[in-house]
Design a protein around this ligand. Structure first.
Ligand code: NAP
Ligand code: MG
Length: 466
């Protein structure tokens, strides 16, 4: 799948720069290529977005929502294509791609359209009318781990709000973004409201973060790059929304026993291994009462056995990422944590960038493994003596993105959830809700995506007094 043109100002524009190859993490073979945008092309994309802004901002929200629904229809029609492309460049197994990678963006597009239609863009407070107006040109910089969802979670609400957009997708998974851009084009959005420029983040992402005509950068990725983006954007006082990493805890209370305990452990293991652990909100720490450690260990090992690399568990995105994950594992083993299952010595398919799903036990809360985002299928089981300690451990990292609480009594669970310094908490397996604001406390970020908050992120206030 070779893409030769960038999408600028409503047209597929023949590239001026070189091509970059895209590889399959399953076969390691080259599967396509995309253009590396030049400085001139980035400039053209920003100019197109700036020129398109006034009329798109003035377009009734109803019409913007109708186009988002049209885009959702096209994604649905092209479902098989999206599944193929995501499987090809991310390497995730089909079932996961269908159920999460493609289903979630569809839900987000439709719910964002609905939100935009019902949103109060105008309200009254005393002698003021308060208008909510689009912030302007938005640069969306996205990672590779959920290549369609991350794009949709930014572009849909930005467009719904009346902003115009320039997308810089991750170099490792740009083909999904191109397939998305084709659908945007075919849906009939006005020229310039959406533009796509691919290429290295250190060049293209930097150009966008520095650009005086970009009003906001919406960024998802690592804290390291998030800091660079925030610094680059500071020169022009851009709004910067950062969605960064996590080290979320699943906290099992002392009153969870029997089948309930089995369900809690099984769900926690599945969450940690979702998308091969390449999920920023993954519950990568399982906090259990010390008295239940033996029981949890057996349950966790049994749950992990259902994840088979090359079958229902995909590889790491790249060789570099695989090396990084295995370094974390090697360090954990050197520190003497118990290997409950998996580990660096376990067999893995040799074709792709696989890692054996791994669970370490009695992991120290302050260790590297328990503090840093691994971004692979590696779960740390940590024991606690009492609930105060459990909460302290759960809150004891620089992150605060997600988490879970399991407790027999709902008010007890709610009280625990309230003590966690984190953007989301699922109680007793509470279902994922695409309308719930998603984002982090502390160094997990400073923005919220999805739902009403995700739309408001792209709006300014204007107060008019009479
Ligand atoms: P990343 O390096 O932070 O990249 C995210 C996006 O930023 C990519 O599009 C990247 O472009 C771009 N970028 C790189 N340097 C930039 C710069 N100087 N200015 C502006 N944009 C720039 O994340 P990653 O490579 O995808 O993954 C690295 C780590 O980030 C992972 O190991 C994981 O810990 C974390 N991560 C977190 C999330 C999350 O959702 N919270 C998602 C993915 C990764 P390139 O494509 O050229 O790199
Ligand atoms: Mg990178």
């Amino acid at each position: 799948m070779n893409k030769e043109d960038l999408y600028i100002d409503g047209k597929w524009t023949p590239r001026q720069g070189p091509q970059t190859d895209v590889f399959s993490p399953v076969t390691r073979a080259r599967v396509g290529s995309v253009p590396e945008a030049t400085a001139g092309e980035v400039e053209a994309a920003v100019q197109a977005a700036a020129a398109a802004f006034p009329s798109w901002a003035a377009t009734p929200a109803e019409e913007r929502a109708a186009l988002l629904n049209r885009l959702a229809d096209l994604l649905e029609e092209r479902r098989e294509l999206f599944i193929d492309v995501i499987m090809m460049e991310l390497g995730a197994p089909r079932q996961l791609v269908e159920r999460v990678h493609v289903a979630l963006p569809l839900a987000v597009l439709r719910s964002t359209a609905r939100l935009a239609r019902n949103f109060e863009f105008e309200e009254t407070a005393g002698n003021s009318t308060i208008y909510r107006e689009p912030i302007g040109v938005v640069a969306a910089i996205t990672p590779w781990n959920y290549p369609l969802h991350q794009v949709t979670a930014k572009i849909a609400p930005a467009l719904a709000a009346g902003c115009t957009t320039v997308l810089k997708p991750a170099e490792l998974t740009p083909l999904t973004a191109y397939t998305f851009a084709e659908a945007v084009h075919d849906a009939g959005f006005p020229a310039g409201v959406f533009n796509l420029v691919s290429g290295p983040g250190s060049v293209i992402g930097e150009a966008l973060s520095l650009h005086p005509q970009v009003d906001m950068v919406s960024f998802t990725g690592s804290g390291t790059v998030g800091r660079i983006v925030a610094r680059d954007a500071a020169g022009t006082i851009k709004r910067v929304a950062l969605e960064l990493g996590g080290k979320s805890a699943s906290l099992i209370a002392d009153d969870v026993d029997g089948d309930f305990l089995a369900a809690a452990v099984t769900a926690s293991v599945a969450n940690a291994f979702l998308n091969s652990g390449q999920t920023c909100s993954a519950w990568t720490r399982l906090l259990v009462p010390a008295s239940k450690y033996g029981e949890v260990k057996a349950l966790a090992a049994a749950a992990a056995r259902k994840f088979v690399p090359g079958q229902n568990l995909g590889p790491m995105i790249s060789e570099r990422q695989r090396e990084r994950v295995r370094e974390f594992m090697a360090q954990a083993e050197a520190e003497g944590f118990e290997t409950i299952t998996g580990g660096t010595g376990a067999d893995i398919p040799e074709t792709g960038w696989y890692v054996q799903p791994t669970i370490y036990g009695k992991v120290l809360p302050g260790s590297t493994l328990a503090q840093e985002e691994v971004f692979g299928p590696v779960l740390s089981v940590i024991t606690y003596q009492d609930e105060d300690e459990a909460v302290e451990i759960a809150n004891g990292t620089v992150f605060g993105l997600s988490g879970a609480v399991w407790a027999a009594d709902d008010s007890h669970a709610t009280a625990l959830a309230k003590r966690l310094r984190t953007g989301q908490v699922d109680i007793n397996g509470g279902r994922y809700n695409p309308l719930a604001p998603f984002g982090g406390f502390k160094q997990s970020g400073n923005g919220r995506e999805l739902g009403k908050a995700g739309l408001e992120e792209f709006l300014e206030f204007k107060a008019v007094q009479r």
